[in-house]
Design a protein around this ligand. Structure first.
Ligand code: C2E
Ligand code: MG
Ligand code: MG
Ligand code: MG
Length: 289
């Protein structure tokens, strides 16, 4: 029976893989159409200072409204776009659009743009960023590029050249999803980050005595402080977490507690009374039943 089951399982996986390959192919075709027909837009999520609850900027998050399937989350289509080489074109659109839209905001809030490790590996990235800045008129200091630890899996010297080229433009660099990657801490010695974004997995459930997540956040903040880097706690959802994150010394908070990603028109509404003060919304704490 075991043998028969084994073959069955094997066939099941083979079919699943084939099915996966087919749906990836279909998505690739749909992504090409999406690029041509402009089915993308950016949503912006506020980044708030723990010091005075001001909105210091927004992270631009890519949104795809598929004509028949509706909204498809970036976690699903970005990896496919990276695999089939479409992320370059899409990423260029994101860079230009984010710079253009942020340049017209009523307050000089920053905009953070996610850069795929595939884009980071291209020598022309800094030229592309320079062009987006020049065409939009956005001050370089208002642009923050978010990259993940996966860029360090590539050649060290190439990475350092890329970092230097980007810093030379005057833009800010943030290390995204910190603590979830595979790399050692060694890269922090040379990489010129302005900010570390602490992954939501550490923030989730950090409230509570003797909590290990809180200890890890505290250690990351100490490290970042010593290296002269800011820290953003990602994925803060509860009002009780705001106080804890502040106590742990994080300089910024980003999460549903201060707002979900919203269309650019909403950013204008938030900023155009000249008061970028953020109010917490939603649950105060986790209901434990
Ligand atoms: P990320 O860069 O770490 O972005 C933060 C993600 O966390 C966003 O998901 C955001 O909606 C979500 N988030 C923020 N606050 C909370 C919270 O309080 N609770 C929970 N549960 N989630 C929260 P989103 O928009 O689905 O994006 C997922 C990922 O897709 C991003 O993670 C980023 O890696 C990638 N991505 C998004 N836009 C782009 C883009 O323009 N280019 C590239 N290359 N990747 C992108
Ligand atoms: Mg990000
Ligand atoms: Mg992140
Ligand atoms: Mg306001």
């Amino acid at each position: 029976a075991a043998k028969g089951d084994g073959r069955g399982v094997h066939r099941f996986y083979a079919e699943t893989m084939l099915e996966g390959a087919r749906s990836r192919k279909r998505m690739e075709e749909d992504l090409r159409i999406a690029i041509a027909q402009g089915q993308f837009h950016l949503a912006y999520q506020p980044v708030v200072s723990t010091h005075d609850a001001r909105i210091v900027g927004y992270e631009a998050l890519l949104r795809w409204t598929h004509p028949t399937q509706g909204d498809i989350p970036p976690g699903q289509f970005v990896p496919v776009a990276e695999e089939c080489g479409l992320i370059e074109q899409i990423g260029e659109w994101v860079m230009r659009t984010a710079c253009m839209e942020a340049a017209s905001w009523p307050l000089p809030a920053r905009v953070a743009v996610n850069v795929s490790s595939v884009q980071f590996a291209k020598p022309n990235l800094s030229a592309l960023v320079a062009q987006a800045l020049a065409q939009s008129g956005l001050a370089p200091s208002r642009l923050e590029l978010e990259i993940t630890e996966s860029v360090f899996l590539r050649d060290d010297q190439e990475s350092e050249r890329q970092f230097a080229a980007l810093k030379a433009l005057g833009v800010r660099l943030a290390l995204d999803d910190f603590g979830t990657g595979y790399s050692s801490l060694g890269y922090l010695r040379h990489a010129p980050f302005d900010k570390i974004k602490i992954d939501q997995s550490f923030v989730r459930g950090a409230v509570g005595s003797g909590n290990r997540n809180a200890a890890i956040i505290r250690a990351i903040v100490t490290l970042a402080d010593t290296l002269g880097m800011e820290t953003t706690a990602e994925g803060v959802e509860l009002q009780d977490e705001i106080e804890l994150i502040r106590e742990l010394g994080c300089s910024h908070i980003q999460g549903f507690v201060y707002g979900r990603p919203v269309p650019v028109a909403e950013v204008h509404r938030m900023l155009d009374d000249g008061d970028a003060h953020a109010e917490p919304v939603g649950l105060k704490s986790m209901r434990r039943t």
